[in-house]
Ligand binder design. Sequence first.
Ligand SMILES: [Zn+2]
Length: 257
Amino acid sequence: MATILALHAHPDDIEELCAGTLARLAAAGHTVRLVTATAGECGSDATDLAATGALRRAEAAQAAALIGAEYACAGLPDLGVFNCDAHRRTITEMIRSARPDIVIAPSPVDYHPDHEAVSVLARDACFAASVPNYATGPSAPLAAIPHLYFTDPIEGRDRDGRKVAADFAVDVSEVMETKRAMLARHASQSAWVARQHGIADSTDGMVRFAAWRGQAFGVAFAEGFRHYRHHPYPRAPLLQELLGAAVRQPSPDAAAS
Ligand SMILES: [Zn+2]
């Protein structure tokens, strides 16, 4: 059995982008851990930073518990995540603590600066986690660099609106109710997202995006991923192997989708 760490910027990002895949992995008996770099404490105009952060951590833990997964927050500041020495050490310690075979990280391009910063931090922390002389905290260095994957960006597009292609997708049609239930645990976000992002129902938006991604891969609902294969990261398709028949490869016609 493998250990999979999903690492993203804010509570609810994992649910939007890869919770269906995590649900499948957890149901198959693998260990799934969820980490957010921040508590998303800026995601409210009704409660202060401390109260918002505490509420959103609790919501994230409840969502993770629906698939029997543990949740942890790295405690970096919302809208204040940067590719710097301190934050790289913090994320490296979270990875060392989780001891994953696979890390699922944000897309390198996305709408939010924290998403892009966490993507770079996660990529480089996967490397640093295996370097014994890189000091981070109580956790021991990893024996090897974990397999690294990126999720889709939010709405599948970069900041300029260009579509970001997925290497492959995971059919999450059978677990959409679990994915929806996990996202619905982030109840504090529904009013905020409606006002700040102009989205009346964030759960419906997630379903529409999963259907859009599924359409390109010939299934009802899907989540897209890219496999980071550069030297010296592992190139074996471990995540695809764990998911087996749920993995869908792009058709030639859908390669640009
Ligand atoms: Zn986010």
